[in-house]
Design a protein around this ligand. Sequence first.
Ligand code: NAD
Length: 466
Amino acid sequence: ADRGSGKGSMDCSATSGNPYVELVSCLQAAWLLGKTRPMEYRVAQLEALGHFLDEKNILDALASDMRKPPFEAEFCEILLCKNEVNDTLNKLGTWMKDEHVEKNVVTQLDSAFICKDLYGVVLILTPWNCPVHIVLMSLIGAIAAGNCVIVKPSETTKNTERLVAEALPCYLDNDCFAVVTAGVEETTKLLENKFDYIFFTGSPSVGRIIMTAAAKHLTPVTLELGGKNPCYVSDNCEVQNVARRVAWGRFFNAGQTCVAPDYILCSVEMQEKLMPALREAITEFYGSNPQESPDFARIVGDKQFRRIRTLLSSGRVAIGGQTDEQERYIAPTVLVDVQPSDPVMQEKILGPILPIVTAASVDEAINLINTREQPLIVYVFSSDKKVMNQVLEWTSRGGFCGNDTLMHMTLTSLPFGGIDSSLGKYHSKSTFDTFTHHRSCLHRSMALETTNALCYPPYTQQKLGL
Ligand code: NAD
């Protein structure tokens, strides 16, 4: 295919005025023609999307952008998306069905149901850290729900952005789906257009900008944002296994994962036991010099590298701490003696640093979690069910994963999203529902007009007495 030349891929940065008006109207026209409505059409597009995931260049692009290890790319960017496509294809017929609802005495002869209508033209804006996964996970549901879509990948991961912009349009119907490559200036222009739905994943500060732009047109939004994810480790657990599971979740993609455990909370005694166990896990995973490991990624850009490097001055480096600016390498690092007020505890790390903050008891840990920025997920390790349930019950924000990290992402049956850290939920049926207008419908029977007439004026005393 002649990649990048079709109208499905668009780089309008050189055009003056608002360069996206025409693209948005083309998609609106396709939507109004009802092209995306039939289930067969949606199925065909989803199957094509599944074939895009077989593109060999995806792993190369991710490797060029952040040296994403092939296993991690296969697992997170390809496999999870393939599962999502398959799950959606298997269940789409059921999801699309009208839902018949309860009726009252006067509507017994009628049909009352919720119809799964589409929104129209939706805009999807995505970040760099899982640059294929997040594009596809949102796009799958948007297509399944019957919308026309403009996707804007992150400009930070240049190679993946180029691949998505060039290859994805070769698989999808370009009348209804387009990829726009844009930086901040062009995205601002794009957002001036009226969309029927905006789905944004990224930082809370940009989330506010998106919401402000959406407010101008009263466009509904989903915002999937940040949030520091705590990981409470109670005194009574099998330390070596905990260390492996935490280290895997923290150092996967060099820590550049929105659901990574951001910091450990544990007692001083547990910190003492965890240190050698974490050191052993890191060596087991990446060898004695992680810089030489093919399984450890690099920081995505210079700006991000410098930001993360400054966080190394919080507390004391107990493991790792080495950096190499030229390679954008930061070693898997564990910080101890970290105070909740330290810089590393003020922002989402999105890098391979694991601070440990001590908490004398589970109550103290819960209190610390609840008085901070709300997380996307709360992790707990404990062999005591009571402790597990206590943390589950008393930390209501974000998702919850006990005795492991990241693995909740493998279940299409679990909706994804927090509260302050998100506005809305997605994954599988939740994504379909997000991009669906649940239209309340009542189809009345024309019979029983004499009963109906009881509601009409004149409102006689007899009617009032009913
Ligand atoms: P970002 O907010 O800087 O950018 C996200 C998208 O918004 C990009 O496509 C970017 O081009 C666009 N953008 C940036 N500035 C803009 C502006 N002023 N106006 C309009 N559009 C703008 O985020 P990022 O640095 O790409 O990604 C990292 C952030 O994403 C972190 O905060 C991380 O926590 C978050 N994240 C959240 C999830 C989740 O599911 N909750 C998943 C991954 C990443």
